[in-house]
Design a protein around this ligand. Structure first.
Ligand SMILES: Nc1ncnc2c1ncn2[C@@H]1O[C@H](COP(=O)(O)OP(=O)(O)OP(=O)(O)O)[C@@H](O)[C@H]1O
Ligand SMILES: O=C(O)[C@H](O)COP(=O)(O)O
Length: 408
């Protein structure tokens, strides 16, 4: 994979450089609630602008349906990028139309523009190769060089990620180079004990990675919404907790294989339960109780790991040489159910091992709970990945279209 340093060494002054970023940030209306993904692409954009390139930044945001939708405009992200760069960033109100063409033509050396959401065009995400290729051709007309730096989207076979780099000289940006460098350490020559903590809500998305990790990790700590499918597979009542019934046979097989392979698969011993899901907007106090994980009342829902589990998981993380954590341990958006996620975040910070947090929601969780890469309590996470699905698919050992295209 050629990196941006080679491009800079060759000289980029006056060249139009297309930077495929992942500016898919969480929004509350037009307010960005976590700008981590914008900050992550700054080194690449700054280096190119300082070298006199005419920088065209492109990204998707959310999942619009292949047509313009103001709710998914990249305008707030473009404004934030300008603030962080301390420079004017022009914004094109379309992607390959008149606004984009004239905006790019108007760029002076060292200036930066953002074009509108790539997914406002059906060609971006199309399953039809010819349709994607045609859209990639239109994007290619906007630039002389391609820099891939949207790590969070490299697992998508989309026009701007997979087809466009084939049409232009292509390089990996600093973020992709860093992310791949870190995740490689978790797949090759990993330092042991290697402990993986998994939570969150997307159980079916994460089963494939559990399948792979059973051959790689020494210990798997399961929390969040996915824990209840495991508890149910062990024959326990889970009440009205999040459950993926169709995954129970697979989970039973994982429990058996973990035992056979000598992998410690650790489940919650106690959980916080409530008769109803909390209101995440009002955040009003809820009625919850702590119960043993094998005694969840039939009319209640598990919403966080309990105090004994927090201690147990912290002890299982204390001697880890390598830790990968994906997915919050509970409904951390509500203060009543944030303690499990906080405890695991703190255990990673206290860990002397190499610690990586992966996942859009997990990264947002640690930052909104007051932790970040430079957490003040003496330690820090070694790396917070900007990719959720992307980092998991990388760990699964899958070929990621956006990385393969940069390697060609
Ligand atoms: N016990 C639970 N019941 C229901 N939802 C839960 C529970 N525990 C955690 N969650 C929810 O899981 C969500 C995050 O899960 P997700 O799988 O999306 O995480 P992620 O992998 O970090 O994010 P992404 O896949 O977007 O990168 C949070 O919104 C949280 O409220
Ligand atoms: O949020 C993410 O994981 C990336 O931005 C990819 O978004 P997608 O899942 O909508 O393709």
């Amino acid at each position: 994979m050629k990196t941006i340093d080679e491009l800079l060494a060759d000289g980029v002054a006056g060249k139009r450089v297309f930077v495929r970023a992942d500016l898919n940030v969480p929004l509350d209306g037009t307010t960005i609630t976590d700008d981590g993904r914008i900050r992550a692409v700054l080194p690449t954009v700054k280096a190119l602008a300082e070298a006199g390139a005419r920088v065209v930044v492109a990204s998707h945001l959310g999942r619009p349906k292949g047509a313009p939708d103001p709710a998914f405009s990249l305008a707030p992200a473009a404004a934030r990028l300008g603030e962080l760069l301390g420079a004017d960033v022009t914004f094109a109100t379309d992607t390959v139309g008149e606004s984009a063409t004239s905006t790019v033509a108007g760029l002076a050396d060292g200036q930066v523009a953002v074009i509108e959401n790539l997914r406002f065009n059906a060609g971006e995400t199309s399953k039809d190769d010819a349709e994607r290729d045609a859209f990639a051709g239109q994007l290619a007309a906007l630039a002389d060089v391609y820099v891939g730096d949207g790590f969070g989207a490299v697992h998508r076979k989309h026009a701007s990620v997979f087809d466009l780099p084939k049409k232009l000289p292509h390089y990996a940006g600093y973020l992709i180079a860093t992310e791949v460098g870190v995740l490689k350490k978790l797949t090759e020559d990993v330092k042991r004990p290697y402990v993986v903590a998994l939570g969150g809500a997307k159980v079916s998305d994460k089963l494939a990675v559990i399948d792979q990790l059973l051959g790689k990790a020494d210990r798997l700590l399961i929390g969040g919404g996915m824990a209840y499918t495991f508890l149910k597979a062990k024959g326990h009542e889970v009440g009205i907790s999040l459950l993926q019934e169709d995954q129970i046979p697979a989970v039973k097989e994982y429990l058996e294989r973990a035992e056979k392979n000598g992998v410690e698969l650790v489940l919650p011993v106690d959980v916080l339960v409530s008769p109803e899901f909390p209101d995440l907007k009002a955040k009003a106090p809820t009625h919850f109780t702590t119960v043993a994980a094998d005694a969840i009342p039939a009319d209640q829902e598990g919403l966080d790991i309990g105090p004994e589990t927090r201690k147990l998981y912290a002890s299982k993380l204390a001697d880890a040489a390598t830790v990968f954590w994906n997915g919050p341990m509970g409904v951390f958006e509500h203060p009543d159910y944030a303690e499990g996620t906080k405890a695991v975040a703190q255990a990673l910070i206290d860990s002397p091992g190499f610690t990586v947090v992966g996942g859009g929601d997990s990264a947002a969780a640690v930052r909104t709970l007051g932790f970040d890469e430079k957490a003040s309590s003496g330690g820090k996470f070694d790396h917070i990945s900007t990719g959720g699905g992307a980092s998991l698919e990388y760990l699964e050992g899958k070929t990621l279209p956006g990385l393969a295209a940069l390697e060609d």
